[in-house]
Design a protein around this ligand. Sequence first.
Ligand code: ATP
Ligand code: MG
Length: 206
Amino acid sequence: MGEPERIGIYGGTFDPIHIGHLAIAEEARVALGLSRVMVVPAARQPLKGAEGAPAEHRLAMARLACADNPAFVVDDLELRRPPPSYTIDTLRALAARLGPTAELYFVLGADAARDLPRWRSADAILALARIAVVGRPGTTLHLPSLAAALPAAVGRVTLLPGPHLDISSTELRRRIAENRPVRYLVPEPVRAYIAAHGLYRHASAS
Ligand code: ATP
Ligand code: MG
């Protein structure tokens, strides 16, 4: 029956989704031969404070951003559950839905990977999915330190250099609140959506 299907799972707050997110998802897709990448906006990041835009807007922007890549599929399963979202619950649900022939790769940036040992059921996460860590400016991930803190990571983590785009949603929210441009930092339909809905015009806590 041929090779198992490799599927990427890429979670985040995506508040808003930006070209850094899209570029690392594409990097993982190509480097790992993923047939698709499921983009999963979080209801609320357990290690993060209050969110900026409501979930429905973050979901709509993710859909707009992914519309021109047939391999990117936005899934709202975390938004259909009461918050907070835990990756282990998401992986269990997706593993059950996709069946035993799917090989899951959980994609995350180097900053998020450093937190991995503190995530709920980190061992179970690593049993269900391999992890693809993509480099991010400002963070160096030391694989031996991660393995020391989380022995289940040994042999299950792939490091990908990525395009190293120094861009974050925090910076985008700040730019919008300061009336500075975000054109070319987010896909054009996302820029238009943010403008049409007046999102992020007032500085929030983060
Ligand atoms: P915020 O500033 O609100 O935290 P963010 O830009 O970090 O936003 P998240 O939604 O927190 O975006 O990130 C989702 C995932 O994408 C995380 O795994 C994060 O490490 C990764 N990521 C986000 N931006 C980049 C980037 N520029 N390069 C590499 N990885 C990134
Ligand atoms: Mg972040």
